[in-house]
Design a protein around this ligand. Structure first.
Ligand code: HSE
Length: 437
């Protein structure tokens, strides 16, 4: 019987999940792989913290360096969160030749280029399936199953917490804060939930997918990120009336000249689109490859058990890599000309909501600004309200350049009849999916 020593760095929701799952499914892994994984050390930042599942005392250390110094530990599973300490751990672990597994998307999005360069030079494998979309095997799909494809686009829902919140706001008329508290109590949210809400958790995942698919490591500053913090129940209701659900969409699209466009933003998705019915903590990713066509991956994007499932998959691969060393450290640059496209130059359809003081001529003033910018209105909604002086106006804008639309909306915001900041959201075109069949 071969036994492989593991060091766990971090014992939060996922760390404890991995420890328990190795006890629960260890025998199954042994029968399938012929190896036993043995947790030899657990590094904790706060050993006295009250945990639903406490770490066995004999294994605990407060210094992750003890994991690296232990020659019986061959694989380190980094589940600490944050980026500074994990980055230091990665450098030391790579230098010591330890195989690494991580669920840390912020770490890879910020330091991926350096980490994979170091890993490649040292011939140390790094696995990170759990970093993107919880239990969905998206990394393996892009790296292995679809490796023979050029990717036209990869887009979908990459954050479980925000999808949970939007779903609860849509189906149960919950307010934002109630829905967030529920998501946190279920263990979906990050330690700092602001990353789930402001779009950056999904953006880190999109950066990892885009880098892997297009072969160059993207800079975190080069992509467009908007969160769901300003989505109001009013927008959810208007979107429903217009036949859409609001989703936080991460989108990666290729353009000519090796340019790719990456964004994360709340988007009105037509109810007929498959992503509109991805609810709760579920994630879904549509991959368009030149050979495979459109392929959908769907599953739980957050939570202890699904994320643990991905870590166990990586452990199995890591065990194999220890027996048959791999050539790649986890990411191979293959497109040195690749660039990120400036999103303001691309076209999109939009939903624009304004709160206005309802006087004669208001509509004409707004339409005038849009008309002068050559922006076409495809439909409009003005609900009959009880209040004769104030109303919402909703415009659906057809295919307009993003930069021009934003400029026009800034002008509209300065009109004296406009009472609050305009809400401008992207709209997934209804025909897009039909065309891609
Ligand atoms: N907080 C993340 C989410 C968990 O809600 O999707 C996994 O990255």
């Amino acid at each position: 019987m071969e036994s492989i020593g593991i060091g766990l760095a971090g014992f939060g929701t996922v760390g404890a999940g991995v420890f328990q799952a190795l006890q629960q499914n260890g025998e199954l892994l042994y029968r399938r792989l012929g190896v036993r994984f043995e947790v030899r050390r657990i590094a904790l930042r706060h050993p006295t913290k009250n945990r639903p599942f406490p770490a066995p005392e004999g294994l605990v250390t407060t210094n992750w360096r003890d994991l690296i110094a232990d020659p019986s530990i061959r694989i380190i599973v980094e589940l600490m969160g944050g980026t500074k300490e994990p980055f230091a751990l990665f450098r030391s672990a790579i230098a010591a030749g330890k195989t690494l597994i991580t669920a840390n998307k912020a770490l890879l999005a910020e330091h991926g280029a350096e980490i994979f360069q170091l890993a490649e030079s040292a011939n140390v494998p790094v696995f990170y399936e759990a970093a993107v979309a919880g239990g969905i095997p998206i990394i393996k799909s892009i790296r292995e199953a679809f490796v023979g494809n050029h990717f036209e686009s990869i887009y979908g829902i990459l954050n479980g917490t925000s999808n949970y919140i939007l779903t609860r706001m849509t189906d149960s008329a919950m307010d934002f804060h109630q829905a967030l508290a529920e998501a946190q109590s279920l263990g979906f949210a990050e330690a700092d939930p602001s990353l789930d809400i402001n779009g950056w958790d999904a953006a880190h995942k999109a950066i990892i997918l885009a880098s892997l698919a297009y072969g160059f490591w993207l800079n975190t500053n080069s992509i467009q990120v908007e969160g769901i913090e300003n989505i109001s129940p009013l927008d959810i209701r208007f979107a429903l009336e217009l036949g859409y659900n609001i989703k936080l969409l991460a989108s990666i699209r290729s353009h000519p000249n090796q340019e790719i466009e990456v964004s994360v933003r709340p988007t009105l998705v037509p109810q007929s689109h498959v992503l509109a019915s991805v609810n709760g903590v579920f994630n879904a990713i549509l991959i368009n490859g030149d050979l495979v066509g459109e392929s959908l991956l769907y599953g739980r994007g957050a939570g202890q058990a699904p994320t643990t499932s991905s870590v166990l998959g990586d452990l199995a691969e890591a065990a194999l890599a220890l027996t048959f060393p791999r050539a790649s450290g986890g990411f191979k640059p293959h497109n040195l000309q690749g660039r990120v496209k400036d999103a303001s130059s691309s076209e999109s359809s939009f939903y624009l909501r304004l709160n206005v003081n309802d006087r004669p001529g208001v509509l004409a003033q707004i339409a005038n600004i849009l008309g002068n910018a050559e922006i076409k209105i495809s439909s409009m909604l003005q609900p009959e309200g009880a209040d004769a002086d104030h109303t919402s106006l909703v415009f659906m804008i057809h295919n307009a350049p993003t930069g021009t639309t934003m400029e026009a909306v800034s002008k509209i915001a300065t009109l004296s009849c406009v009472e609050a900041n305009p809400v401008l959201l992207h709209v997934q075109k209804k025909e897009e999916r039909e065309n891609s069949h």
